[in-house]
Design a protein around this ligand. Structure first.
Ligand code: AMP
Ligand code: MG
Length: 340
């Protein structure tokens, strides 16, 4: 059968074959919402030129309206419909990293309604490195605005099952496909200031950006002086499982001693602890390397929910390459950070 008519609480489950993708594209063209796979995480897409459809994304996710979305394109020419101006630097970065997990912040074109960018004069844009996502955008013949396809505040989805856990009955369709290979969101790079600045670490590492730009690229968090976040999404607690998550930082030996004593004291009280990435390994061995940690992080957090653990312990990891993005997500998911 070329396409599926399965539904989950009213949400259509589509395959990733050509017929199904065309059907998904029709839904987008008619102002509907479709969750689709990318190389980073699942996105929740609507036509980026349709303000009403974009508003439905915020509603379905429970996303605060001051948190802007990323616009996805399938061809470099489509940039003209999304941004007002393209600097030589932006073009060079797009040529080098697209399709891929790099979102560029550029001046927003008039065709893109303000709601997409939460009222900002800028817009985030990227070309995903996933055949199904590219086919969907091409078939819809319109740039697609898409944040991650989770309920706001929950771990991002890396499979269609995660999408259904959070959004079944709240969106029109989800495309069933393979998992998302990178497993973490894109790097957000602001190109609207005097020099490029990373607003969110992600799938493209700082080292890769610095090699191509041939300069240091700072990472901006909260502006310590004014307390105003430069990237609106950064002020929210994110990626959170249901149980409290404690992130343990410090020398490896001391981390281990602390973990052992916490696990022991919980056990004595009849409570369970889930170890996320640890030398005493359950989910992801610490020595696994940042790519593997990234690929399994969100699914592991959701598995902790299914196991109904009382506490999740995570260990600090190296911040080289993708490790920087992994640590950024762990810090945001953490209810507490313990330094030993
Ligand atoms: P999500 O699509 O859920 O990964 O979230 C996209 C994130 O990109 C937002 O939370 C913002 O932090 C960032 N972002 C998107 N558009 C802009 C923009 N115009 N200016 C600054 N940051 C942006
Ligand atoms: Mg998100």
């Amino acid at each position: 059968m070329s396409h599926s008519i399965l539904r989950n609480k009213g949400t259509l489950l589509l395959g990733d074959d050509k017929v199904s993708v065309i059907r998904a594209a029709r839904i987008i063209q008619n102002g509907g919402l479709v969750a689709f796979p990318t190389e980073t995480v699942y996105g929740l897409g609507a036509a980026a030129t349709d303000a009403q459809a974009v508003k439905r994304i915020f509603k379905a996710k429970g996303r605060p309206s001051d948190n802007p979305l990323i616009v996805h394109i399938a061809d470099i020419e489509q940039l003209n419909a999304v941004v007002k101006t393209i600097s030589t630097r932006a073009f060079m970065l797009a040529e080098h990293f697209w399709p891929g997990p790099l979102s560029l912040i550029l001046p927003r074109a008039d065709k893109i309604p303000a709601v997409v960018s939460a009222g900002l004069p800028t817009v985030a844009v990227r070309m995903p490195d996933h055949q199904v996502a590219l086919d969907l955008i091409r078939a819809a013949k319109v740039p697609i605005a898409a944040p991650s396809a989770n309920r706001s505040g929950r771990p991002s989805p890396t499979s269609f099952r995660h999408v259904l856990e959070d959004l079944a009955g709240r969106i029109d369709a989800v495309i069933r496909s393979d998992t998302c290979p990178i497993g973490l969101e894109s790097t957000v790079l602001d190109l609207t200031g005097p020099r490029p600045v990373i607003l969110r670490p992600g799938g493209v590492s700082r080292e890769e950006l610095e090699a191509v730009l041939n300069c240091r690229v700072p990472i901006l968090g909260l502006n310590k002086v004014s307390g105003i976040p430069h990237s609106p999404g950064m002020k929210y607690r994110h990626y959170s499982p249901q149980a409290p998550l404690v992130l343990i930082a410090g020398p490896a030996k001391r981390r281990l001693l602390l973990i052992e004593s916490i696990v022991e004291s919980y056990r004595r009280q009849g409570l369970s602890v889930g170890l996320l990435n640890s030398a005493i390994q359950e989910y992801m061995p610490l020595k696994a390397g940042p790519e593997m940690l990234a690929a399994h992080l969100y699914d592991s957090l959701r598995q902790m929910d299914h196991r109904d653990v009382d506490l999740i312990l995570a260990e600090e990891t190296e911040i080289q390459g993708l490790g920087l993005a992994v640590m950024n997500r762990l810090r945001k998911a953490a209810t507490r950070i313990l330094k030993v």
